[in-house]
Design a protein around this ligand. Structure first.
Ligand code: HEC
Length: 103
């Protein structure tokens, strides 16, 4: 009985983790499309307003976003990005990094 219980617990924890990972992926796409795509394009290739997001590695993306958040990175048009990045959690940035690095 005790074994069944711990197996059930282990299984539901594993399933829970998978569901969380799937949620993070969906959320990153929704987050990107609602908050970033207007300026950067759905696939990150727009350069009218800025440098393309497309082509950045997840590591590079995270460094730049954390830099905007900490106000230690950016060019002449960084004010908007600083505000946007400040509103994102570190987990949001991580999820966005995984999403945008696949563009
Ligand atoms: C209002 C338009 C606008 C929106 C919305 C926007 N960005 Fe930006 N983004 C810019 C501009 C302009 C720059 C260049 C800023 C500078 O001078 O540093 C930039 C720069 C960046 C860079 C750095 C590119 C590089 O290589 O230096 C990243 C990464 C980025 N944005 C990601 C995002 C993400 C993620 C979102 C959504 C949360 C987002 N942006 C939303 C306009 C926007």
């Amino acid at each position: 009985m005790k074994l069944t219980l711990s197996l059930t617990l282990a299984l539901s924890l594993a399933l829970g983790a998978t569901a969380l990972a799937a949620d993070a992926a969906t959320d990153a796409a929704a987050l990107y499309n609602s908050k970033c795509a207007s300026c950067h394009g759905k696939d990150g290739s727009k350069t009218i307003l800025s440098k393309p997001v497309k082509g950045l590695s997840a590591e590079d993306f995270t460094k730049k976003m954390m830099g905007y958040k900490a106000k230690t990175y950016g060019g002449s048009k960084k004010a908007g990005m600083e505000k946007l990045a400040a509103a994102l959690s570190d987990a949001d940035i991580k999820a966005l990094a995984a999403y945008t690095s696949k563009f």
